[in-house]
Write a new protein. Structure first.
Length: 385
């Protein structure tokens, strides 16, 4: 009977060394996966002038912490489209005719002096109105005071010292249109003293959605401008006076931001209020993951205008990319600095902002050690074969 063969110890050593050598070569050749750049990678992009890199301090918060928001104040006004004092076709008038003596044409029923109301007199297509004992008179293009004078002249010799009062009840010419996500869309009549955009929206039933989610677009003479309803209500400069034939369109467009990297719940989120801060946004996602996040690497990516960047002394802007949306800008929040916690409370988010929390370098080291331990374990199993 043949004796069983015995393994040469040298063969085990060779196998173990071969597996280890292959594992080391694999570690040297491969790059470990990342969810995104680390802190050093973001900083190097700033050094390469791929974007403006700003460390957030008190001065940055003071000048740039409140984001730019579009407004309506810049839309041009037209002198010819102001609410007109003149009567137009289709307008509804209230006419009151008074007499000074008893027994007149327009006296009250008790035989005393008084007057008669004509509450819904419509200006017809020919621009005329018709009243008892007055007949037809041309009123289109006339102001209420001019119409009053015409009525008195027509009643001369018929009524006792007649007087007339004329008011415009509803104007078909001084109107704007309110459309979209509003309670009662349709035409809105402007008063002669001038209505503001918030009054027209309120008079049309108000927005169907929260003010910070409602985008208001004003169309005037082929020019358009947009602002969120919250900014119209809170900033008087945006609550401009309306002109006849203006078109106001309300749409629901929630403002959003993205949050990615070493956080508990990355994703795209709606801005809860108009004053939603960086600290609130990071906290709402469950906050940075302690075992992974680099507290010095919380970054906000945004496009900024050159005018805003100059307010913090950046006069080297020609060296950076210029886009239609602005200059790409990255804000860095060093959360290891206690003061930054206060600054992050005052730095507000804007629509389409992107927040990113980097992984700590120790995470990459942990991945590397995990792979190395796996290689060693495989080598040990090879020796046992």
């Amino acid at each position: 009977m043949q004796a069983p063969a015995t393994c040469d110890p040298a063969i085990h050593v060779v196998r173990r060394r071969a597996v280890l050598a292959g594992g080391v070569a694999l570690l040297a050749a491969c790059s470990l996966p990342r969810q995104g750049p680390d802190t050093a990678g973001v900083l190097s992009g700033g050094e390469a002038r791929d974007y403006i890199l700003l460390d957030v301090d008190a001065a940055v918060v003071q000048h740039l912490g409140i984001p730019h928001r579009n407004g309506l104040a810049a839309i041009p006004a037209s002198a010819t489209a102001q609410p007109s004092q003149a009567v137009g076709l289709g307008d509804v008038l209230n006419v009151r005719v008074l007499e000074a003596g008893a027994g007149g044409l327009f006296a009250t029923g008790n035989g005393g002096a008084g007057g008669t109301d004509f509450p819904a007199v419509v200006v017809d297509r020919s621009g005329r109105i018709s009243l008892p004992y007055v007949g037809e008179i041309e009123v289109a293009g006339n102001t209420p005071s001019e119409i009053q004078q015409k009525i008195v002249e027509k009643l001369a010799g018929k009524a006792i010292e007649p007087q007339a009062l004329v008011n415009i009840v509803r104007s078909e010419n001084n109107r704007v249109t309110v459309a979209g996500e509003v309670g009662s869309p349709g035409a809105y009549a402007l008063s002669l003293h001038g209505d503001r955009i918030s009054q027209a929206i309120a008079g049309s039933g108000g927005s169907r959605h929260a003010a910070h989610e409602t985008l208001v677009t004003l169309v005037r003479n082929s020019r358009t401008a947009s602002a969120y309803l919250s900014d119209i209500l809170l900033k008087p400069g945006n609550d401009i006076k309306l002109q006849r034939d203006d078109l106001i369109v309300l749409t629901r467009e929630p403002q959003r931001y993205t949050l990615s990297g070493a956080v508990a719940r990355p994703g795209t989120f709606a801005l809860e209020t108009t004053d939603y801060s960086v600290l609130e946004a990071v906290s709402a996602s469950g906050g940075p993951i302690d075992a992974r996040a680099d507290a010095t690497g919380v970054f906000l990516f945004r496009y900024e205008s050159a005018a805003r960047l100059r307010t913090v002394g950046r006069n080297d802007l020609a060296a950076y990319p210029q886009t239609a949306r602005g200059i790409p800008t990255v804000y860095r929040f060093d959360m290891k600095n206690p003061t930054t916690q206060f600054l992050a409370q005052s730095f507000l988010l804007s629509d389409n902002d992107a927040l990113y929390v980097t992984n700590a370098e120790s995470v990459q080291l942990s991945k590397l050690m995990s792979i190395f331990n796996s290689v060693v374990a495989t080598a040990n199993r090879a020796q046992d074969l």
